[in-house]
Ligand binder design. Structure first.
Ligand code: PLP
Length: 387
């Protein structure tokens, strides 16, 4: 009898279970918001990327419905063939104007924006330097590109500089890639130092603003704005799926960069254009963010309030360094993280355990939203005291 070629899958799953790495979906009911219905139980939501509370905003929903009525549900084709709509261009212009770049191009997700941009920009004769904690989409983009990949320890500019001194000259093009807000930690990349290195060693720099768009910087334009680096020549990637409450991704940068990506990024060329509803919702979100700065201010007030309460009432908690609405506290192992997450859950708090292999060390990850009320944050701290 030949061996069952699929038998390994069950064994592999068993290993995942034994390590406490097994994951499954949890059903959310109703609209997204600061509180949600999770399997029938109302919980305070500290697990969402909807930082500004826009995913359940009436105006985004109306924009999406109107777009569906006008343009239908599907884009029906790729952008270069039959899927391009004026709405896509409007969104791209709004992104470019917000980021103060010459142009932008939207992808069907942030993940696809990273895959496509990285694979288009470098190839076999080139090298990528990547922060060890970068998002999966950056890492897989690097693999897809076929370029040599060198990882540097998280945010370690000194090591990166030494790697560049030793390796840069062996390759044609060089690309530095980094998250701007690290998604599972909440800290920021050292952008000014990275820009200096990029200059010195003639490297392109790609920064993924997924968790910074709508969150960091005076107008919410991201980490680039936060560090006063607006106008520098670099490649800014982001998502429409987090603070913008929609679905999709983008690349913003120079005219030639964007024109080149429209001709060379496989995950843009060979996939269906963003749906009219998603496009219109993202466009409405950008308009709201630009005209209602109070949302963004409220988000940061909430972050400060939670930090202060935790420092005061939970001084022994080990918070990872963070400069964003993502706050993580470490636990010794995956089983403990799961247990704490379940205890929080049974007390009406939704905050996920993040475990290997997503991150090297287990933690509880809390995302603050602009629409959290003081009472939500107070309840979180009270419950944390007892678990
Ligand atoms: C969420 C995320 C992405 C993927 O964006 P999607 O639009 O959800 O595909 C990419 N990079 C980082 C850092 C992220 O956190």
């Amino acid at each position: 009898m030949p061996q069952d070629p699929y038998a390994w899958i069950e064994q592999s799953l068993a290993t995942i279970h034994r390590a406490n790495w097994y994951r499954s979906v949890q059903t959310i009911h109703g609209r997204p918001g600061a509180t949600v219905l999770l399997s029938g139980q109302e919980v305070i939501n500290f697990a969402s990327n909807d930082y500004l509370g826009l995913a359940g905003d009436e105006r985004l929903m109306t924009a999406a419905i109107t777009a569906i009525q006008e343009f239908g549900t599907g884009s029906t084709g790729s952008r270069l063939l039959s899927g391009h709509r004026e709405l896509h261009r409007e969104l791209e212009k709004a992104i470019a104007s917000w980021k103060q770049t010459a142009d932008a191009v939207v992808f069907s997700s942030g993940y696809l924006a990273n895959l496509g941009a990285i694979a288009a920009l470098v190839g076999k004769r080139d090298v990528i330097f990547s922060d060890q904690y970068n998002h999966s989409s950056l890492k897989n983009g690097a693999t897809l590109s076929g370029a040599a990949l060198i990882e540097y320890p998280h945010c370690d500019i000194t090591v990166l500089q030494n790697q560049l001194i030793q390796q840069r000259q062996h390759y044609r093009r060089c690309l530095l890639i980094t998250d701007s807000v690290f998604s599972m930690d909440g800290d920021l990349c050292p952008l000014p130092a990275l820009l200096d290195l990029a200059d010195e060693f003639s490297c392109m720099l790609l920064i993924d603003e997924a968790h910074a768009t709508g969150v960091l910087g005076k107008t919410g334009a991201g980490c680039v704005e936060h560090f006063g680096c607006t106008g520098k020549n670099l490649i800014q990637i982001g998502t429409l799926s987090k603070a913008l409450g929609s679905l999709g991704g983008y690349v913003a940068g120079s005219t030639v960069l964007i024109d080149f990506l429209r001709n060379r990024a496989p995950s843009w060329i060979y996939t269906t254009a963003l749906s009219p509803a998603d496009t219109a919702a993202a466009l409405a979100a950008i308009e709201i963010i630009q005209t209602e700065p109070q949302r963004h201010l409220q988000l940061w007030e909430n972050v400060t309030y939670l930090r202060n309460l935790m420092a005061e009432q939970l001084p022994h908690f080990k918070l990872l360094p963070s400069e964003s609405p993502i706050l993580c506290f470490q636990l010794p192992n995956a089983a403990d993280a799961l247990r704490v997450s379940q205890q929080l859950r049974s007390n009406g708090i939704f905050a996920p355990a993040i475990r290997p292999p997503t991150v090297p060390t287990s933690r509880i990850r809390i995302s603050v939203m602009a629409t959290h009320q003081a009472a939500h944050i107070e309840k979180l701290v009270t419950i944390l005291k007892h678990v």
